[in-house]
Design a protein around this ligand. Structure first.
Ligand code: GCO
Length: 460
């Protein structure tokens, strides 16, 4: 039996426009495997997984979901779900092993097959260029903290667009620059594992600069795909109404939201955060800010939960009494509506996509089924939250579930499962969870509504 989502959650979703894009998302390092096959070079994540203690279960991406060999079956599942779009990323070191110079034909051919396979199945390819797996050879020269990487990235972007730009609906430059900068270079819990705030902020600046330069270059090359970036954003709320907590929330909002949105849409960094960073503020060359603020065709937002901050130190999510996912994150769909309204209010945003949204839950395989009611409710309530933002005038263009498959959840290894499709790692067998069945039925319902609407005489 297919689980029923709460009616209240579905009802607002009925008003989604006919051209609204429904999708599922993955990323290269998390699913591909074939880490050293067919000429692929090592990425910073291949390297980081070898650091003792870096990954909770001591795992790596060598096999992951073995998607490089199982892509055709995986795309059949994507097609069966009935989505409009599939968001995936290209592994830079698979197509250009050292991040500059020679291209790897076998790697390029893999993505050619993937893109053509999607088109044959009637699914629009949404390509991301950087979902964190930077070639290790570039890291050895300083990685994102080195300004030269900006130019390597632009060359890579141009090479991929020349190869696939005629067939992919959209190209995202970077996925979540905050994560690369802060988790990768400040706290160091993600690759490349550096703990240096100055380098983190320099990396963030270079990511944004390379985004702007890549957009300029791709447009000059005549690339027809929609171009944009994907940010991880949350509403940041003070734990209490005390001035100290309110100040802390403003600071955190500055570092998470405004540090990226202000340069992209206003061409400047937020001055309060520049002041806060002091000597750790990035070196910015003249002309950089105008390059970063290129007009975008879309903005992708990855949303999982809100951020609650306290001047007293880390906030314990258990205090709120809200349901928590297996990541310990609060289930807070209202936060998505709040965030989307705020982006629309404070910035002249292009069409917005929720490019990732979903939850890790402890799944149990019972008689070949996974009754993941918690994940279904999570997805349904967040779709409703997007519907509410639309109703209030936010230019929402699409929604994508994270993730198609259970996969390598970075520093958590394989312990956390985000998929709507279960992966049994020893056998690599895929099983649609109840949430996938629910999403499929929901999309069928959406399609039926679209058809019914288009059959109605146009209102004048
Ligand atoms: C992210 C990443 C995903 C994660 C997901 C769950 O956007 O953080 O794109 O790769 O797996 O967010 O943590």
């Amino acid at each position: 039996m297919t689980p029923k989502a709460p009616i209240a959650a579905i009802a607002p979703a009925l008003s989604f426009p006919a051209d609204f894009v429904w999708g599922v998302a993955t990323s290269s390092f998390q699913i591909e495997g074939a880490a050293a096959l067919d000429g692929k070079g090592p990425s910073i994540w291949d390297h980081f997984c070898r650091v003792p203690g870096a990954i909770a279960d001591g795992s790596n991406g060598d096999l992951a979901c073995d998607h490089v060999h199982r892509w055709a079956g995986d795309l059949d599942i994507v097609q069966r779900l009935g989505v409009d779009a599939y968001r995936f990323s290209v592994s830079w070191p698979r197509v250009q092993p050292t991040g500059s110079g020679a291209w790897n034909t076998a790697g390029l051919d893999f993505y050619e097959r993937l893109v053509d396979g999607l088109l044959e199945r009637g699914v629009a390819p949404y390509l991301t260029l950087n979902h964190w797996d930077l070639p290790q050879a570039l890291q050895d020269q300083g990685g994102w903290a080195n300004r030269d990487t900006v130019h390597r990235f632009v060359d890579y972007a141009r090479g991929m667009a020349a190869r696939l730009g005629d067939r992919v609906a959209s190209i995202t430059t970077h996925n979540e620059p905050w994560v690369v900068a802060v988790l990768g270079h400040e706290t160091g819990i993600f690759a490349p594992g550096i703990q240096d705030r100055g380098q983190a902020m320099q990396a963030a600046h270079h990511l944004l600069l390379s985004h702007g330069l890549a957009l300029q270059a791709l447009r000059a090359d005549g690339c027809a795909s929609a171009l944009g970036i994907v940010l991880n954003l949350s509403p940041v709320q003070p734990a209490s109404p005390t001035p100290a907590d309110i100040d802390q929330a403003r600071l955190e909002d500055g570092r998470l939201v405004r540090w990226y949105m202000d340069p992209l849409f206003h061409g400047r960094y937020p001055q309060d955060i520049v002041d806060f960073l002091g000597a750790d503020a990035p070196q910015v060359a003249s002309g950089d800010m105008a390059i970063i603020a290129q007009t975008m065709d879309f903005l992708g937002v990855n949303y999982y939960t809100r951020a609650v901050v306290s001047a007293q130190g880390p906030w314990d999510a258990h205090q709120s009494g809200l349901e928590l996912t297996d990541m310990g994150w609060e289930v807070y769909p209202e936060g998505l509506t709040e965030l989307l309204l705020r982006l629309h209010r404070d910035y002249a945003v292009p069409p917005l996509f929720v490019t990732e949204n979903g939850g890790a839950f402890k799944d149990r395989l019972e008689d070949g089924r996974i009754h993941d009611a918690g994940r279904t409710a999570y997805i349904a309530s967040h779709i409703a939250a997007v519907g509410e933002a639309l109703r209030q005038g936010v230019p929402m263009a699409g929604y994508m579930v994270w993730s198609l498959l259970d996969n390598f959840e970075w520093a958590s290894g394989y312990e956390k499962r985000f998929g709507i499709v279960h992966v049994d790692y020893p056998t690599q067998q895929r099983t649609l969870k109840d949430s996938a069945q629910w999403y499929r039925e929901f999309l069928l319902q959406q399609r039926a509504l679209r058809a019914a609407r288009s059959a109605l005489p146009a209102r004048v």
